[in-house]
Write a protein that binds this ligand. Structure first.
Ligand code: GLU
Length: 294
């Protein structure tokens, strides 16, 4: 990937993210039988941002099960990650758990179950699925977003006015900004995705994280909604469930085969990693991993 000059633009609406070197590139594949392949800056931590939403969705489903779908939909949005317009038409109910409004509603569910410990619970869950207690929150990124997250504040206040959030808006947003600011490297992220590639089971412990049914459903939501209004293009080119973050990371799941993390900070116009998607397209083509056929 080093020879590709076009890399998209690093996110700048969160000031701390604007400082990241756009030339970074990392990729890690962890197969279900435990083999690990690494390339590039695979050990450099980056801000996982919206990729954290896969794990908060998993936790919230664990807490309230299918009742979650009364608050949040599971249809693709076809609009930007921070879009406000759809919320008004749909009376404060977000389209899906991966656009910002939906993820804020999911965070609110976790907060209701665990008022003082929600953030610790999310971080510990991340450490548990990745088998890595060194994973941390980058407080500077969280503070940077907290200072400038006007749109997310608007979304949260709007949902609150419809009764979709139970907790005070600033509590819910505080937890949301902090889980988006979890910093991980590609290896840790690929490790964290293993349960989704392996029918809900953490392959190193053999322990069930979620039922096979739930893993399948989380994967389907990643496929349909994981790249905002770039989800169709990602499915067309890569053909795997995937979730992007504005930090330039993508977690992709090849069910039954492998968990893959890629990081390249430059984004395309839909807010998804530009080179990350190209790398995944090449990888899945070479491996015959698209869920739609070889
Ligand atoms: N924390 C970011 C936000 O709320 C997440 C967006 C993303 O990664 O796509 O704007």
């Amino acid at each position: 990937m080093a020879e590709r000059p076009e890399r998209g633009k690093v996110a700048s609406y969160i000031p701390e993210l604007a400082k990241i070197d756009p030339r970074k590139f990392g990729l890690v594949v962890v197969s279900n039988d435990g083999e690990i392949a690494v390339a590039g800056d695979s050990e450099a931590p980056f801000s996982i941002q919206s990729i954290s939403k896969v794990f908060t969705l998993t936790l919230a489903l664990g807490k309230i099960g299918d009742r979650l779908w009364q608050r949040v939909g599971r249809e693709p949005s076809g609009s930007a990650f921070n879009s406000i317009v759809q919320l008004e038409y749909e009376k404060g109910k977000p389209r899906n758990p991966f656009i910002n409004s939906g993820a804020i509603a999911v965070t609110d569910v976790i907060l209701s179950g665990q008022p003082r410990e929600a953030l610790g619970e999310i971080l510990r869950f991340m450490q548990f699925v990745a088998d890595d207690n060194a994973i941390k929150i980058d407080d500077e990124v969280a503070a940077s977003e907290q200072r400038t997250g006007y749109r997310n504040a608007a979304l949260a206040n709007y949902m609150k006015s419809f009764g979709v959030l139970d907790n005070p808006v600033h509590f819910t947003l505080g937890v949301y900004f902090h889980h988006c600011a979890i910093a991980m490297n590609c290896r840790q992220l690929a490790m964290a995705g293993r349960f989704l590639a392996n029918n809900g089971i953490n392959p190193s412990t053999g322990m069930s994280v979620v039922t096979p049914e739930r893993a399948k459903r989380i994967n389907s939501i990643m496929m349909m909604c994981g790249h905002y209004d770039g989800s169709g293009e990602f499915a067309y080119r890569v053909g795997l469930p995937g979730k992007s973050g504005v930090g330039g990371g993508i977690l992709a799941v090849a069910p039954g085969k492998a968990s893959i993390a890629v990081w390249s900070p430059g984004l395309d116009e839909t807010g998804n990693s530009y080179l990350g998607r190209i790398a995944l397209e090449q990888l899945t083509r070479r491996m015959g991993w698209s869920v739609f056929g070889a």
